[in-house]
Design a protein around this ligand. Sequence first.
Ligand code: MG
Length: 383
Amino acid sequence: MKNISRRKFLRSSAIIAATGALVTPNVACKRLFVNTKTSGSKTLSLKFSHMMHELRHTFTISGFSRDQTAAVLAEISYDGYTGYGEGGLPPYMTGQTVESSTFFLNKIDLSQFSSPFELEDILTYVDSVDSGHSCSKSAIDIALHDLIGKLLDKPLYQLWGYNREKAPDTSFTIGIDKEEVVRQKTEEAAPYNLIKVKLGVDEKTDKMLVNTIRSVTDKPIVVDANQGWKDKNFALEMINWLNERNVLLIEQPMPKNVFDEMAWVTERSPLPTFADESCQRLADVAKLHNVFSGINIKLIKCTGLREANKMIATADALGMKLMIGCTTESSCAISAAAQISPKMYFADLDGNLLISNDPFTGMKIVDGKITLNDKPGIGISRI
Ligand code: MG
Protein backbone atom coordinates (compact mmCIF):
# COMPACT_ATOMS: atom_id res chain seq x y z
CA MET A 1 0.00 0.00 0.00
CA LYS A 2 1.24 3.47 -0.79
CA ASN A 3 0.39 6.55 1.23
CA ILE A 4 1.00 10.16 0.20
CA SER A 5 2.22 11.86 3.33
CA ARG A 6 1.65 15.47 4.23
CA ARG A 7 5.40 15.74 4.89
CA LYS A 8 6.14 14.68 1.32
CA PHE A 9 3.69 17.25 -0.03
CA LEU A 10 5.14 20.01 2.13
CA ARG A 11 8.62 19.08 0.96
CA SER A 12 7.41 19.25 -2.65
CA SER A 13 5.82 22.61 -1.98
CA ALA A 14 9.05 23.97 -0.55
CA ILE A 15 10.93 22.87 -3.65
CA ILE A 16 8.40 24.50 -5.90
CA ALA A 17 8.29 27.70 -3.85
CA ALA A 18 12.04 27.85 -4.27
CA THR A 19 11.65 27.65 -8.05
CA GLY A 20 9.31 30.64 -8.04
CA ALA A 21 6.01 28.90 -8.76
CA LEU A 22 2.93 29.87 -6.77
CA VAL A 23 1.99 27.18 -4.25
CA THR A 24 -0.94 27.76 -1.93
CA PRO A 25 -2.94 25.43 0.27
CA ASN A 26 -6.70 25.60 -0.18
CA VAL A 27 -7.20 28.14 2.58
CA ALA A 28 -4.68 30.53 1.11
CA CYS A 29 -6.41 30.25 -2.29
CA LYS A 30 -9.28 32.36 -0.90
CA ARG A 31 -7.68 35.64 -1.77
CA LEU A 32 -7.23 34.58 -5.37
CA PHE A 33 -10.96 34.50 -6.06
CA VAL A 34 -12.20 37.85 -4.84
CA ASN A 35 -12.94 39.31 -8.27
CA THR A 36 -13.79 37.64 -11.52
CA LYS A 37 -14.21 40.97 -13.38
CA THR A 38 -11.64 43.70 -13.11
CA SER A 39 -10.48 46.35 -15.54
CA GLY A 40 -8.48 44.02 -17.69
CA SER A 41 -6.04 43.80 -20.50
CA LYS A 42 -6.68 41.89 -23.69
CA THR A 43 -3.70 39.64 -23.03
CA LEU A 44 -4.07 36.03 -21.98
CA SER A 45 -2.25 35.31 -18.74
CA LEU A 46 -1.89 32.06 -16.80
CA LYS A 47 -1.32 31.64 -13.07
CA PHE A 48 -1.25 28.33 -11.26
CA SER A 49 -1.14 26.98 -7.74
CA HIS A 50 -1.57 23.62 -6.00
CA MET A 51 -4.22 22.41 -3.58
CA MET A 52 -4.16 19.43 -1.21
CA HIS A 53 -7.59 17.84 -0.84
CA GLU A 54 -8.24 16.09 2.47
CA LEU A 55 -10.31 12.90 2.11
CA ARG A 56 -13.18 12.31 4.55
CA HIS A 57 -12.26 8.60 4.69
CA THR A 58 -9.08 6.75 3.75
CA PHE A 59 -9.77 5.61 0.19
CA THR A 60 -8.58 2.23 -1.03
CA ILE A 61 -8.76 0.82 -4.53
CA SER A 62 -6.93 -2.15 -5.99
CA GLY A 63 -3.28 -1.23 -5.34
CA PHE A 64 -3.46 2.11 -3.46
CA SER A 65 -4.63 3.65 -0.18
CA ARG A 66 -4.67 7.40 0.43
CA ASP A 67 -5.90 10.18 2.77
CA GLN A 68 -5.06 13.19 0.60
CA THR A 69 -4.95 14.01 -3.08
CA ALA A 70 -3.03 16.91 -4.63
CA ALA A 71 -4.48 18.98 -7.49
CA VAL A 72 -3.29 21.79 -9.73
CA LEU A 73 -5.42 24.91 -10.12
CA ALA A 74 -5.03 27.06 -13.24
CA GLU A 75 -6.35 30.61 -13.52
CA ILE A 76 -6.44 32.24 -16.94
CA SER A 77 -7.28 35.94 -17.20
CA TYR A 78 -8.34 38.05 -20.19
CA ASP A 79 -10.20 41.33 -20.53
CA GLY A 80 -10.97 41.54 -16.81
CA TYR A 81 -12.37 38.01 -16.50
CA THR A 82 -10.74 34.96 -14.91
CA GLY A 83 -11.47 31.34 -15.73
CA TYR A 84 -10.62 28.52 -13.30
CA GLY A 85 -9.56 24.99 -14.09
CA GLU A 86 -8.42 22.08 -11.96
CA GLY A 87 -6.63 18.83 -12.59
CA GLY A 88 -6.39 16.24 -9.82
CA LEU A 89 -3.01 14.54 -9.37
CA PRO A 90 -3.91 11.10 -7.98
CA PRO A 91 -1.09 8.56 -7.52
CA TYR A 92 -2.36 6.32 -10.32
CA MET A 93 -1.62 9.07 -12.87
CA THR A 94 1.96 7.87 -12.78
CA GLY A 95 4.59 10.58 -12.95
CA GLN A 96 2.12 13.46 -12.64
CA THR A 97 3.01 15.20 -9.42
CA VAL A 98 3.12 18.70 -7.95
CA GLU A 99 6.72 18.94 -9.15
CA SER A 100 6.05 17.72 -12.69
CA SER A 101 3.00 19.95 -13.17
CA THR A 102 5.03 22.95 -11.99
CA PHE A 103 7.78 22.06 -14.45
CA PHE A 104 5.25 21.79 -17.29
CA LEU A 105 3.11 24.83 -16.51
CA ASN A 106 6.16 27.08 -16.17
CA LYS A 107 6.84 26.36 -19.87
CA ILE A 108 3.40 27.53 -21.05
CA ASP A 109 3.22 31.00 -22.62
CA LEU A 110 -0.32 32.04 -23.51
CA SER A 111 0.61 35.66 -24.27
CA GLN A 112 1.35 34.66 -27.89
CA PHE A 113 -2.42 34.19 -28.50
CA SER A 114 -4.68 37.16 -29.04
CA SER A 115 -7.91 35.71 -27.58
CA PRO A 116 -9.19 32.69 -25.61
CA PHE A 117 -11.52 31.96 -28.54
CA GLU A 118 -8.49 30.62 -30.45
CA LEU A 119 -9.14 27.46 -28.45
CA GLU A 120 -8.05 24.90 -31.05
CA ASP A 121 -4.73 26.65 -31.66
CA ILE A 122 -4.09 27.27 -27.96
CA LEU A 123 -4.79 23.70 -26.88
CA THR A 124 -2.82 22.22 -29.80
CA TYR A 125 0.12 24.36 -28.66
CA VAL A 126 -0.30 23.33 -24.99
CA ASP A 127 -0.43 19.65 -25.98
CA SER A 128 2.71 20.05 -28.11
CA VAL A 129 4.87 21.63 -25.38
CA ASP A 130 5.57 18.22 -23.83
CA SER A 131 4.10 14.73 -23.97
CA GLY A 132 2.07 13.52 -20.98
CA HIS A 133 1.04 16.06 -18.31
CA SER A 134 -2.65 15.36 -19.06
CA CYS A 135 -3.77 16.56 -15.59
CA SER A 136 -2.11 19.97 -16.02
CA LYS A 137 -3.32 20.22 -19.63
CA SER A 138 -6.85 19.56 -18.39
CA ALA A 139 -6.56 22.36 -15.81
CA ILE A 140 -5.63 24.79 -18.62
CA ASP A 141 -8.40 23.49 -20.90
CA ILE A 142 -11.05 23.87 -18.18
CA ALA A 143 -9.84 27.38 -17.24
CA LEU A 144 -10.05 28.47 -20.90
CA HIS A 145 -13.56 27.06 -21.26
CA ASP A 146 -14.65 28.70 -18.00
CA LEU A 147 -13.21 31.99 -19.26
CA ILE A 148 -15.04 31.73 -22.59
CA GLY A 149 -18.31 30.94 -20.82
CA LYS A 150 -17.86 34.01 -18.62
CA LEU A 151 -17.01 36.24 -21.61
CA LEU A 152 -20.19 35.02 -23.36
CA ASP A 153 -22.19 34.91 -20.09
CA LYS A 154 -23.43 31.36 -20.79
CA PRO A 155 -22.96 27.98 -19.10
CA LEU A 156 -20.88 25.62 -21.23
CA TYR A 157 -23.61 22.98 -21.52
CA GLN A 158 -25.80 25.62 -23.19
CA LEU A 159 -23.05 26.67 -25.61
CA TRP A 160 -22.70 22.99 -26.64
CA GLY A 161 -26.46 22.45 -26.87
CA TYR A 162 -26.63 19.80 -24.14
CA ASN A 163 -29.96 19.47 -22.29
CA ARG A 164 -29.32 19.69 -18.56
CA GLU A 165 -32.55 17.76 -17.88
CA LYS A 166 -30.75 14.74 -19.38
CA ALA A 167 -27.93 14.85 -16.82
CA PRO A 168 -27.77 11.41 -15.17
CA ASP A 169 -27.71 10.24 -11.58
CA THR A 170 -24.25 10.05 -10.08
CA SER A 171 -23.02 7.12 -8.06
CA PHE A 172 -21.45 7.21 -4.62
CA THR A 173 -18.20 5.24 -4.48
CA ILE A 174 -17.29 2.66 -1.86
CA GLY A 175 -13.65 1.59 -1.77
CA ILE A 176 -12.18 -1.75 -0.74
CA ASP A 177 -12.58 -2.02 3.01
CA LYS A 178 -13.54 -4.21 5.97
CA GLU A 179 -17.08 -5.56 6.15
CA GLU A 180 -18.25 -3.18 8.90
CA VAL A 181 -16.81 -0.11 7.12
CA VAL A 182 -18.47 -1.14 3.84
CA ARG A 183 -21.78 -1.53 5.69
CA GLN A 184 -21.39 1.94 7.25
CA LYS A 185 -20.44 3.55 3.92
CA THR A 186 -23.42 1.88 2.21
CA GLU A 187 -25.68 3.45 4.84
CA GLU A 188 -24.01 6.83 4.18
CA ALA A 189 -24.84 6.39 0.48
CA ALA A 190 -28.57 6.59 1.27
CA PRO A 191 -29.09 9.92 -0.62
CA TYR A 192 -27.78 8.37 -3.86
CA ASN A 193 -29.62 6.17 -6.32
CA LEU A 194 -26.53 4.27 -7.43
CA ILE A 195 -23.60 2.73 -5.59
CA LYS A 196 -20.22 2.20 -7.21
CA VAL A 197 -17.97 -0.41 -5.69
CA LYS A 198 -14.30 -1.07 -6.33
CA LEU A 199 -13.50 -4.77 -6.73
CA GLY A 200 -10.54 -6.65 -8.18
CA VAL A 201 -8.91 -8.02 -5.02
CA ASP A 202 -9.75 -11.74 -5.02
CA GLU A 203 -12.96 -13.75 -5.38
CA LYS A 204 -13.66 -14.00 -1.65
CA THR A 205 -13.14 -10.28 -0.95
CA ASP A 206 -14.98 -9.17 -4.10
CA LYS A 207 -18.04 -11.28 -3.22
CA MET A 208 -17.91 -10.12 0.43
CA LEU A 209 -17.98 -6.48 -0.72
CA VAL A 210 -21.03 -6.98 -2.95
CA ASN A 211 -22.84 -9.22 -0.43
CA THR A 212 -22.25 -6.62 2.32
CA ILE A 213 -23.75 -3.85 0.19
CA ARG A 214 -26.67 -6.15 -0.65
CA SER A 215 -27.26 -6.78 3.08
CA VAL A 216 -28.06 -3.04 3.39
CA THR A 217 -29.72 -2.05 0.10
CA ASP A 218 -31.13 -3.33 -3.22
CA LYS A 219 -30.05 -0.18 -5.12
CA PRO A 220 -28.32 -0.75 -8.46
CA ILE A 221 -24.54 -1.19 -8.23
CA VAL A 222 -21.86 -0.19 -10.70
CA VAL A 223 -18.71 -2.31 -10.43
CA ASP A 224 -15.16 -1.16 -11.15
CA ALA A 225 -12.67 -4.03 -11.08
CA ASN A 226 -9.70 -1.67 -11.76
CA GLN A 227 -7.94 -4.28 -13.97
CA GLY A 228 -8.05 -6.77 -11.09
CA TRP A 229 -9.28 -9.91 -12.89
CA LYS A 230 -6.41 -11.43 -14.87
CA ASP A 231 -8.14 -14.46 -16.42
CA LYS A 232 -10.92 -14.13 -19.02
CA ASN A 233 -12.90 -17.13 -17.74
CA PHE A 234 -12.79 -15.84 -14.16
CA ALA A 235 -13.79 -12.33 -15.35
CA LEU A 236 -16.82 -13.75 -17.17
CA GLU A 237 -17.75 -15.91 -14.16
CA MET A 238 -17.64 -12.87 -11.89
CA ILE A 239 -19.72 -10.80 -14.34
CA ASN A 240 -22.36 -13.55 -14.50
CA TRP A 241 -22.43 -13.68 -10.68
CA LEU A 242 -22.78 -9.89 -10.50
CA ASN A 243 -25.52 -9.90 -13.15
CA GLU A 244 -27.76 -11.78 -10.70
CA ARG A 245 -27.26 -9.04 -8.08
CA ASN A 246 -28.67 -5.94 -9.80
CA VAL A 247 -25.34 -4.71 -11.15
CA LEU A 248 -25.64 -2.25 -14.07
CA LEU A 249 -22.21 -2.32 -15.67
CA ILE A 250 -18.65 -3.49 -15.21
CA GLU A 251 -15.70 -1.14 -15.59
CA GLN A 252 -12.21 -2.30 -16.59
CA PRO A 253 -12.47 -5.95 -15.55
CA MET A 254 -9.12 -6.95 -17.07
CA PRO A 255 -5.64 -5.38 -17.42
CA LYS A 256 -5.53 -2.34 -19.67
CA ASN A 257 -3.45 -3.84 -22.48
CA VAL A 258 -5.43 -7.11 -22.71
CA PHE A 259 -7.56 -6.59 -25.83
CA ASP A 260 -8.33 -10.00 -27.39
CA GLU A 261 -9.43 -11.58 -24.11
CA MET A 262 -11.39 -8.46 -23.22
CA ALA A 263 -13.23 -8.60 -26.57
CA TRP A 264 -14.02 -12.28 -25.78
CA VAL A 265 -15.48 -11.26 -22.39
CA THR A 266 -17.52 -8.36 -23.83
CA GLU A 267 -19.00 -10.60 -26.52
CA ARG A 268 -20.31 -13.01 -23.86
CA SER A 269 -21.01 -10.53 -21.04
CA PRO A 270 -24.64 -9.97 -19.99
CA LEU A 271 -23.54 -6.54 -18.67
CA PRO A 272 -22.06 -3.64 -20.64
CA THR A 273 -18.27 -3.37 -20.21
CA PHE A 274 -16.52 0.01 -19.96
CA ALA A 275 -12.88 0.90 -20.62
CA ASP A 276 -11.23 3.15 -18.05
CA GLU A 277 -7.47 2.51 -17.85
CA SER A 278 -7.61 1.18 -21.46
CA CYS A 279 -9.05 4.49 -22.68
CA GLN A 280 -6.92 7.55 -22.10
CA ARG A 281 -7.39 9.89 -25.07
CA LEU A 282 -9.27 10.41 -28.33
CA ALA A 283 -6.90 8.17 -30.32
CA ASP A 284 -7.85 5.18 -28.11
CA VAL A 285 -11.59 5.26 -28.75
CA ALA A 286 -11.68 3.62 -32.19
CA LYS A 287 -9.23 0.89 -31.02
CA LEU A 288 -11.67 -0.11 -28.28
CA HIS A 289 -14.64 -0.59 -30.62
CA ASN A 290 -15.86 -4.20 -30.21
CA VAL A 291 -13.44 -4.64 -27.27
CA PHE A 292 -15.62 -2.81 -24.73
CA SER A 293 -19.27 -1.70 -24.87
CA GLY A 294 -18.31 1.81 -23.82
CA ILE A 295 -15.66 4.20 -22.53
CA ASN A 296 -15.10 6.06 -19.28
CA ILE A 297 -14.04 9.64 -20.04
CA LYS A 298 -12.04 11.46 -17.36
CA LEU A 299 -10.83 14.98 -18.00
CA ILE A 300 -7.46 14.34 -16.30
CA LYS A 301 -6.83 11.49 -18.76
CA CYS A 302 -7.95 13.14 -22.00
CA THR A 303 -6.53 16.68 -21.40
CA GLY A 304 -9.88 18.36 -20.87
CA LEU A 305 -13.28 19.30 -22.22
CA ARG A 306 -12.34 19.97 -25.84
CA GLU A 307 -10.91 16.49 -26.37
CA ALA A 308 -13.72 14.98 -24.26
CA ASN A 309 -16.29 16.42 -26.69
CA LYS A 310 -14.37 14.87 -29.60
CA MET A 311 -14.39 11.51 -27.77
CA ILE A 312 -18.15 11.84 -27.29
CA ALA A 313 -18.64 12.42 -31.03
CA THR A 314 -16.38 9.46 -31.90
CA ALA A 315 -18.09 7.08 -29.45
CA ASP A 316 -21.50 8.21 -30.74
CA ALA A 317 -20.41 7.44 -34.31
CA LEU A 318 -19.19 3.96 -33.28
CA GLY A 319 -22.31 3.18 -31.24
CA MET A 320 -20.34 2.96 -27.99
CA LYS A 321 -21.77 3.92 -24.61
CA LEU A 322 -20.32 6.76 -22.54
CA MET A 323 -19.67 7.34 -18.90
CA ILE A 324 -17.80 10.12 -17.14
CA GLY A 325 -15.57 9.65 -14.13
CA CYS A 326 -13.35 11.77 -11.93
CA THR A 327 -10.80 11.53 -9.17
CA THR A 328 -10.85 13.15 -5.74
CA GLU A 329 -11.13 16.73 -6.96
CA SER A 330 -12.89 19.91 -5.83
CA SER A 331 -16.15 21.29 -7.24
CA CYS A 332 -14.03 23.07 -9.89
CA ALA A 333 -13.06 19.93 -11.84
CA ILE A 334 -16.30 18.12 -10.96
CA SER A 335 -18.52 20.99 -12.20
CA ALA A 336 -16.48 21.10 -15.42
CA ALA A 337 -17.06 17.38 -16.00
CA ALA A 338 -20.75 17.83 -15.20
CA GLN A 339 -21.11 20.19 -18.20
CA ILE A 340 -20.85 17.19 -20.56
CA SER A 341 -22.78 14.79 -18.31
CA PRO A 342 -26.09 15.13 -20.25
CA LYS A 343 -24.43 12.97 -22.95
CA MET A 344 -23.53 10.20 -20.51
CA TYR A 345 -25.14 6.79 -19.92
CA PHE A 346 -23.74 6.92 -16.41
CA ALA A 347 -21.77 9.40 -14.29
CA ASP A 348 -19.36 8.86 -11.44
CA LEU A 349 -18.90 12.45 -10.30
CA ASP A 350 -18.65 12.23 -6.55
CA GLY A 351 -15.01 13.35 -6.11
CA ASN A 352 -15.93 16.63 -4.40
CA LEU A 353 -18.19 14.80 -1.95
CA LEU A 354 -15.26 12.72 -0.76
CA ILE A 355 -13.17 15.73 0.38
CA SER A 356 -13.59 17.90 3.48
CA ASN A 357 -11.97 21.15 2.25
CA ASP A 358 -13.64 21.98 -1.09
CA PRO A 359 -12.84 25.66 -1.81
CA PHE A 360 -15.60 25.93 -4.46
CA THR A 361 -19.30 25.35 -4.88
CA GLY A 362 -20.83 24.42 -8.22
CA MET A 363 -22.82 21.50 -9.61
CA LYS A 364 -25.14 20.00 -7.00
CA ILE A 365 -26.50 16.51 -6.53
CA VAL A 366 -30.26 16.74 -5.96
CA ASP A 367 -32.09 13.47 -5.20
CA GLY A 368 -29.03 11.65 -6.52
CA LYS A 369 -29.11 13.48 -9.88
CA ILE A 370 -26.49 15.86 -11.32
CA THR A 371 -28.09 19.30 -11.29
CA LEU A 372 -26.43 22.00 -13.41
CA ASN A 373 -26.90 25.67 -12.55
CA ASP A 374 -27.34 28.79 -14.73
CA LYS A 375 -23.96 30.34 -13.94
CA PRO A 376 -21.59 31.01 -16.87
CA GLY A 377 -18.67 28.79 -17.78
CA ILE A 378 -18.32 25.76 -15.52
CA GLY A 379 -20.76 27.32 -13.02
CA ILE A 380 -18.59 27.62 -9.90
CA SER A 381 -18.20 30.16 -7.12
CA ARG A 382 -15.63 30.47 -4.34
CA ILE A 383 -17.06 29.34 -0.99
MG1 MG B 1 -12.19 3.10 -13.01
